[in-house]
Ligand binder design. Structure first.
Ligand code: SF4
Ligand code: SF4
Length: 204
């Protein structure tokens, strides 16, 4: 899978959840259409009067998530950029999404402003598989944050983590190893390790 294919899942779902934070730092979420996905960039729009618009402008960031019928989830977190050439982009978005003409007929469409997410991180998470499967992607110059858990050299090979793992994604070794692509990030292995050999990734 590529970053573009990952974003394409959100485009196919189309109505996805966009999260921002408001002026008091509280989380806010709403359903927004993914209007276009091209060259690893996700495009959407919103009206200048909306709180969503103000929050995008003020924080410059958004998180997005959607789930398809196959229980494949995609999450994106990244920087949001308001696009110049507003009318051309809105016209393009309306061409690609003709139902928008019913919502914003005629010239009213130009109350909308186009945005894109082109830098950040995307994650594909397939809950329809056993074991589950996950994969992360960089968008543009974004970076992938290390998440989940890893087993350190303090491991004594007791096998307690392997016996408790709900996805059976820990393999024997010295030390034992977590197959990161199949891990739920549930933390059960860490709670059960008798010698605290399992660390949260990204905290070292
Ligand atoms: S529970 Fe801890 S010590 Fe035992 S195998 Fe797993 S990581 Fe190693
Ligand atoms: S975090 Fe959960 S799913 Fe991942 S290896 Fe540990 S027990 Fe298994």
């Amino acid at each position: 899978m590529t970053a573009q294919e990952c974003l394409q899942i959100l485009r196919n779902v189309k109505d996805v959840a966009f999260a921002t934070t408001d002026e008091d730092g509280f989380p806010q979420v709403r359903m927004i259409d993914v209007m276009l996905v091209e060259e690893g960039k996700l495009y959407f729009c919103t009206a200048r009067g909306k709180d969503f618009y103000r929050q995008l402008i003020s924080s410059g960031r958004a998180a997005v998530t959607g789930l398809n019928r196959e229980y494949q989830m995609v999450r994106v977190s990244g920087k949001v950029r308001k696009l110049s050439d507003q009318k051309a982009w809105i016209d393009r978005i309306f061409e690609e999404n003709p139902s928008m003409k019913g919502v914003y007929p005629g010239e009213s469409r130009y109350i909308l402003e186009p945005f894109c997410i082109e830098e950040g991180e995307a994650e594909f998470f397939d809950l329809g598989k056993n074991p589950i499967y996950r994969e992360s992607f960089c968008l543009g110059r974004g970076r992938i944050r290390r998440k989940g858990f890893e087993i350190t050299d303090a491991c004594i090979g007791c096998g307690e983590c392997m016996r408790n793992c709900p996805q059976q994604c820990i393999e024997e070794g010295a030390p034992y190893v977590i197959r990161q692509e199949n891990c739920l990030h549930c933390g059960l292995c860490q709670e059960n390790c008798p010698v605290q050999a399992i660390e949260r990734r990204g905290e070292a």
